[in-house]
Ligand binder design. Structure first.
Ligand SMILES: Cc1cc2nc3c(=O)[nH]c(=O)nc-3n(C[C@H](O)[C@H](O)[C@H](O)COP(=O)(O)O)c2cc1C
Length: 257
């Protein structure tokens, strides 16, 4: 397996400078602090442009290898919405939501997206050789698990042995690892979406209390697709938040080592 120099080398051959806007951190803190899981929404509509902007913002989340193995289903049909609410165990957060979104991980889309990335790079005048190599070789080695996971298994043996002597990326070596890989990316899109909605004055509730089998059937998704979260959104009802936000002591979770 070739050494992944693209990850260890600093690229100063073609610097790309992006303007950094001034940010009011107090406004950001307000968004973070006021985001709550809202279980009851009012009947107020969410303007379409706010939804579109928030969906757009969700897809600005970081994504592993920039392979974007996510999908978002904005449930517009009344009939499908009714079925999705049922699949969400008729939770109030789904039942009263003005809009429902299903965030889906698509680990099975990595190959398609990898090819789209190569097409995009090859259309450029001077594509970076190391980036091309990354999508031509590294991602294919990393994310291919082969027929019946045989290639994944061989990779696992290889990394276990070579890893005794040098630093080596170890996962993914199975479709289960691929699910975790893709879910991480999709969960970040969920968080961007929820924060964006809050910033525009609306609220959300993430849900994993659902029947994934039925939900996949309703959305005509294949077996390999994974539902990450269903997110209900709308205007917060005064009774929509069930209590003060509670977290255990930070010291339990933040380790300075
Ligand atoms: C992955 C995930 C799944 C969740 N599933 C549900 C759910 O099915 N129903 C629900 O009412 N809340 C659900 N929640 C919301 C949590 O209960 C909530 O985030 C937690 O109690 C903390 O409250 P806060 O979001 O208001 O800070 C979920 C949250 C996450 C991150």
């Amino acid at each position: 397996m070739s050494k992944i120099t693209i990850l260890s080398e600093i690229n100063n051959k073609k610097p790309f400078i992006e303007d950094l806007p001034k940010i009011n951190h107090k406004e950001f803190d307000k968004v973070i602090k006021s985001r709550r899981s809202v279980r009851v929404f009012t009947n107020d509509i969410i303007p379409k442009d706010i939804i579109k902007k928030s969906l757009d913002n969700s897809l600005k989340a970081p994504t592993s290898s920039n392979l974007q193995t996510w999908e978002i289903y904005w449930i517009k049909s009344k009939n499908i919405k009714k079925k999705v609410v049922e699949a969400c165990l008729s939770q109030p957060a789904a039942k009263t939501a003005k809009e429902l979104f299903v965030f889906v991980s698509r680990p099975d889309h990595w190959k398609r997206n990898n090819q789209m990335m190569l097409d995009y790079l090859n259309e450029k005048k001077n594509p970076s050789v190391s980036v091309l190599k990354y999508y031509n070789k590294i991602t294919k080695l990393a994310y291919n698990q082969g027929f019946m996971n045989i290639f994944g298994f061989l990779k696992k043996l290889y990394v276990s042995f070579v890893g005794l002597y040098r630093v080596i990326p170890r996962e993914p070596t199975s479709f289960n690892d691929m699910k975790v890989w893709s879910q991480k990316t999709t969960a970040l899109a969920c968080q961007n979406f929820m924060l964006s909605m809050r910033a525009y004055g609306f609220d959300t509730c993430p849900m994993e209390g659902f029947d994934s089998f039925r939900l996949k059937r309703i959305l005509k998704l294949p077996n390999k697709a994974q539902i990450c979260m269903v997110i209900g959104a709308g205007k917060r009802d005064p009774n929509g938040v069930y209590g003060k936000q509670f977290r255990f002591d930070n010291k339990l979770f933040i380790k300075e080592v």
